[in-house]
Design a protein around this ligand. Structure first.
Ligand code: LLP
Length: 418
């Protein structure tokens, strides 16, 4: 459920007509609904209500806007970060350092040091090499690094190959079969407080079965590690559940997920940690665009919009579906391809799809664009970096400016020897 709805024939975000935002801020523009973010945060938390000890860390990668982070901080979420930049954003939003988890396979020495100095709550260590480096950096500073060892459970997630992370051939985590001995070695290093395990097998999973298989394997590993005399007090179970992008798609709900976790992790006696991203932010955002023109094609017309693959990369990168809808629908329908202005054949949002009929100058939206949308935007073809707006009830605010090509040009130099 979200708080985008038609009122008097016009699409609104909460109580604000999208047309008003487009008029004042221009297009393309991402629009987020605070009430939807809050609702999704609450539904996810309620789904886990039966678990004894839970830590929620919002996956900042899905939407790192600092205002969005502030909304989630108010909902009691910590942050799962994968770079120093994301960590700085989480801190800027007021998320306590102790509630920050640092994941990622390529944390640099500088990032490890910065996170130690900030005093973050947990490092999810992805290799023995990283663990050794982190322990040494911590020991030099006279501190201990709270850590979980990320394990690759070698489970087929059944999602898009580009967002699957838990197969042996993926770069993430340490091999399952060697995890117990690595845990033993790393736990002995001074500077290291190895207190748990972490796992994440992929995003947008349609079924709970692969997650259940991965969590069961982690339970067995935890028992083996405990049998060696180690304390395991934290288990990080990775990202959230998937979200429907098109009508008819079915995904496990947070409540289904929570029930599975309660069953599989019964008696573990750990703090269970979660890093949901998409399930919180996905349906909380839309990309608003204006139709530049409708061009006749051989097999179907092309609706050319002012948003492009640089603003919303998911269709071009993962063949992802985003519903397209008119802001002021007439009731007429049209079969057309919706495309952006970029000079690439992959700059296509919808291929010969039945959509609301639109004409030059009309406003339209791509739905479910709040996760992995603005954050993956770039300036390809010297286009502007897309702005972001947050709506709350009757109010809205620009929470990220449009960065114009002139500003990007101003950051470039021609050396005097040219
Ligand atoms: N934790 C870890 C370690 C992750 O790698 C991810 C996502 C998450 C949590 C959050 O997963 P979520 O709850 O959002 O499913 N750009 C792609 C998605 C990449 C996801 C990468 N990792 C897309 O647009 O579909």
């Amino acid at each position: 459920m979200d708080h985008f709805h038609y009122h008097n024939g016009e699409l609104h975000a909460e109580n604000v007509p999208l047309a008003r935002i487009a008029e004042q801020v221009g297009t393309p523009v991402y629009v987020y609904s605070r009430a939807t973010l809050e609702r999704h945060a609450q539904v996810f938390r309620e789904g886990l209500a039966d678990l004894p000890s839970v830590h929620l860390a919002f996956a900042v990668k899905s939407n790192p806007n600092v205002a969005v982070l502030k909304v989630l901080k108010e909902q009691g979420f910590g942050a799962d970060v994968v770079s120093e930049g994301e960590m700085r954003r989480a801190l800027a939003a007021g998320i306590p350092a102790a509630d920050i988890v640092f994941s990622g396979v390529g944390k640099t020495r500088r990032e490890l040091a910065a996170a130690l100095e900030a005093g973050i709550g947990q490092f999810n260590v992805e290799s023995e090499e990283e663990g050794e480096e982190l322990a040494a950096l911590a020991a030099e500073r006279g501190v201990t690094a709270p850590c979980a060892l990320r394990v690759n459970p070698d489970v087929e997630a059944g999602t898009h190959a580009k967002i699957s992370t838990g197969k042996a051939e993926n770069k993430f985590g340490v091999p399952y079969d060697r995890a117990a001995e690595m845990f033993d070695r790393l736990a002995r290093l001074s500077g290291m407080n190895l207190r748990g395990l972490a796992v994440h097998i992929g995003s947008q999973l349609q079924s709970l079965a692969p997650l259940e298989a991965a969590f069961s394997r982690m339970g067995a590993l935890m028992e083996a590690i405990r049998a060696e005399g180690h304390h395991v007090t934290h288990m990080d179970l990775g990202g959230g559940v998937g979200v429907p992008y098109r009508e008819g798609e079915q995904f496990p709900s947070p409540a289904d997920y929570g029930a599975m976790v309660a069953r599989v992790c019964k008696g573990w006696d750990v703090t269970l940690m979660f890093e949901p991203g998409r399930v919180i932010t996905g349906n909380s955002g839309m990309l608003v665009t204006e139709v530049i023109r409708v061009k006749q094609g051989v097999t179907a017309p092309f609706v050319v919009v002012d948003a492009a693959m640089n603003d919303l990369a998911r269709p071009a990168m993962y063949d992802a579906w985003h519903d397209f809808a008119a802001v002021r629908p007439t009731g007429d329908r049209l079969t057309a391809s919706v495309v952006g202005p970029i000079c690439e054949s992959s700059d296509v949002f919808a291929k010969e799809r039945e959509i609301d009929s639109v004409q030059t100058g009309d406003l339209a939206v791509f739905r479910t664009a709040g996760a992995y949308g603005a954050t993956m935007a770039n300036t390809y073809n010297s286009r502007a970096l897309v702005p972001e707006v947050l709506v709350s009830g009757d109010r809205f605010a620009v929470v990220a400016d449009r960065i114009e090509p002139a500003a990007i040009l101003a950051a470039e130099r021609v050396p005097d020897w040219l």
